[in-house]
Design a protein around this ligand. Sequence first.
Ligand code: AMP
Ligand code: MG
Length: 357
Amino acid sequence: MAAQSEKTGAGRSARFLKALLSAAMILPVGCARRGETAAKPNPLLMGTSMEILVASPEASRHSEYDAAARATVRRLESMVSIYSPTSAIAALNRQAGRGPVRISSDAIMLLHLSRKYGRMSDGAFDVTVGPLVQLWGFSGGSIPAALPGEDAIKQRLALVGFQNILIQKDKAFLGREGMKVDLGGIAKGYAVDVVWSELRSRKARDFMVNLGGNMRCSGQPESNRFWRVGVRNPFDRTATLGAIDLRDGMSVSTSGNYERFVTIADERYAHIIDPRTGRPVRGMAGVTVVSQSACAADAMSTAFFVLGVDDGIKILPQCPPGTEVLFVPDRQPVEVTMTAGMAKLFTVTPGIAVRIL
Ligand code: AMP
Ligand code: MG
C-alpha cells in the first residue's frame, strides 16, 4: 500500500501509470472542465495517485488545499504502511501474540472502524487477512510458484479473525502470534474522510477528493448540480458502464479484480481474499459502493466484492442508510446488478444490461 522508494525514473513513471489506471476504475467525469482545477501528476500516496478538484470560485486556493491534503495522507501513510518498519501497524504486527502496542489516535480509530465493518459484513471484510494476502503474493508476499496447498491455507486461516484485535484506550494488541493486519482495504477511504474534514474546516465548499478511486465530494462542481463519477467497464478499460451523481458529502469506492492480480499456473488471481475460504475471490469483476463516508464505501466495496450479489443482499439491512451497491459479476455479456437507490443515482451507458434488486 505504501509508496516504496523508487530508484529509477522509469520505475517511477511505470508505477505512476499503474496507479493512474487503477485510479481510473472510477473517475470524475467532465469535472476538470472550465471552472475546476485538477492537481498535476504528483508522487504516489498510499501506493496510488491523489487529486483534489476544486470548483472555480475557490480555484485560487487549490494549491493550498492540495498541499494540506498531501501532508495529511503522507502522515497517515507513515502510520499504517505495512512496508515501513517504523509504522504503528508494522509494530502491531511484529508484536502479535507478544504484547500491546501504543499507537496514534488515527491508527486506533482505523482499527475500531475495521472491526465495525468486519461485524457489519459478517466477516467478509476482515483486516486480519494479512497472512493470506501475503500467501497469495500480495502486500509484500512473493508470488507462489504453484497454487498454495490446503494445509498452508488452513494454517493461515487459523490466524484470521478481527475479533482478535484487542483495543484498550490508546493501545492495541493482536491476540495470536503470526496475526497480521492489512489496512489496504480501508485506509485510503479513511484518509479521504480526514482530508475532506480538514478541507471543510478550512472553509472549502465545492470540492472533490479522489485517492486512487476512493472519492468524497463536497458541494457541487461549477458545471453541474452534482459531482459525476464514471464507473469503468471491467471488460473494456476504455469504456464506462455508466456514471453516478454524488450529492454533497457522498462518497464512492470501487473494488475490482482487474486492479491488482497475480498469475499462478496460468490462472489470474485477484487481490481480495475471501476470509471464509482463504482463497482469492472469484466470480466478481467489480463492485462499486456509494456511502455517507469514504471509509464505509472503501471497506464495504471490498466486503460486497467478497460476498457477491446473493450474500451481499443479506447484509444490506445491517448497512447504514444511504449505502448503495452496484455489482458487476465476472461474466460476459456484462450485466450490472444494483440496489434501487443506486439506480436513482446512476445513468447507464447505452447498451449495458441492468438488473435492479
Ligand atoms: P480494495 O481495493 O479497497 O477492495 O482493498 C483490497 C485490499 O484489501 C487488498 O489489496 C488487501 O490488502 C486487503 N484485503 C484483501 N482481502 C480483504 C478482505 N477480505 N477484507 C479486508 N481487506 C482485504
Ligand atoms: Mg476497499
